[in-house]
Design a protein around this ligand. Structure first.
Ligand code: PSU
Ligand code: MN
Length: 302
């Protein structure tokens, strides 16, 4: 297995000195945000993690290796290249074997983090059960990964391009804890609240770390979702963003978008239809997740 992993200098040093490491995904860079904001955000997120006592490991597939930690040039290349494949669990072996560029989704970043021994992973939003999944069967591989891989994902909940209720049901069935960070309800990415209550609320990083430690000590396999609402000042108006998402969903249906293209299409449409204001919100929430994620990683490492 080791032959397929390649670590940045910074991550190697962190492991050698026992510093906490936080994983970051690359699909958010290649398929989740436009250039150059994607690269700039990736750099700033990495710096927030360093400033809070942990070391960032952005994960991607390059030249037959799963990279744990990217150089500045690699970050730039990922943000600025066409034709970077979106790499979910099913694509991982193929992309490594054929030495292609792959941007890792939440699912694949969890797999890579787990192989590298990293327990904490920060992103924007997770994939989930899509609206209409009762006929399309479009359910993100991220949920299956959360069911089986021991990595905690700090996110701002999930976008309401998804069916949030069914997403929570799916996670419950698979025994995945969903911890509201300072909230009693599932955050909906652009907004702090949704209609869906959570049964675990935690208000500090130490308690999150304690829950994760006990879960894995008990041999309870799988990840956890730490749902951290977007900061109040950056949150969007609910009825505005709901309208935009409905419009984007309609366009996706009209254009017969399916499979792995659904989520990137929706992300791009929402960004275009809001003339970029959603991008600002997206950047703010990822940074906020980086702050909390680093604190949790430090607490778990203590
Ligand atoms: N949701 C977002 N931003 C993202 C993604 C989801 O708000 O960038 C990306 C993540 O990489 C996630 C992937 O793992 O989309 C899910 O894709 P799918 O629905 O095809 O599983
Ligand atoms: Mn899908």
């Amino acid at each position: 297995m080791k032959q397929y992993l390649s670590y940045s200098q910074e991550v190697q040093e962190a492991f050698a000195t026992g510093k906490p490491v936080v994983a970051l995904e690359s699909t958010i860079i290649s398929h989740g945000m436009p250039y150059p904001q994607n690269v700039q955000t990736a750099r700033e997120v990495e710096q927030i993690i360093r400033d809070n006592g942990a070391i960032p490991a952005t994960i991607a597939i390059i030249d037959g290796k799963i990279k744990i930690g990217l150089s500045d040039d690699e970050l730039e290349m990922f943000g600025n290249s066409q034709g970077v494949a979106k790499a979910s669990r099913r694509d991982l072996a193929y992309l490594v074997a054929t030495k292609q560029l792959g941007a890792t989704t939440v699912a694949t970043t969890m797999i890579a983090a787990s192989l590298a021994g990293i327990k904490i992973f920060v992103t924007g939003g997770i994939g989930g059960v899509h609206r209409g999944a009762e006929t399309t069967m479009d359910i993100s591989a991220d949920l299956e990964e959360l069911a089986q891989t021991d990595v905690a994902v700090i996110c701002a909940g999930a976008k309401s391009i998804l069916d949030l209720g069914l997403t929570l049901e799916y996670l419950e069935t698979n025994g995945v804890p969903v911890i509201g960070y300072g909230t009693d309800v599932l955050p909906a990415f652009f907004t702090r609240e949704s209609d869906f209550g959570l049964n675990i609320r935690v208000d500090n990083p130490e308690t999150v770390a304690d829950i994760l430690r006990v879960k894995w000590d008990l041999g309870l396999k799988g990840g956890a979702v730490i749902a951290n609402p977007i900061p109040e000042a950056d949150a969007m108006d609910k009825s505005f963003i709901d309208g935009i998402i409905n419009e984007a969903l309609k366009e996706a249906e009209e254009q017969n978008i399916a499979g792995k293209d659904v989520t990137p299409f929706m992300l791009g449409k929402v960004k275009d239809l809001t003339e970029g204001t959603s991008l600002e919100a997206n950047i703010a929430l990822v940074k906020n997740n980086a702050l909390i994620g680093a604190q949790i990683a430090v607490a778990l490492n203590a």
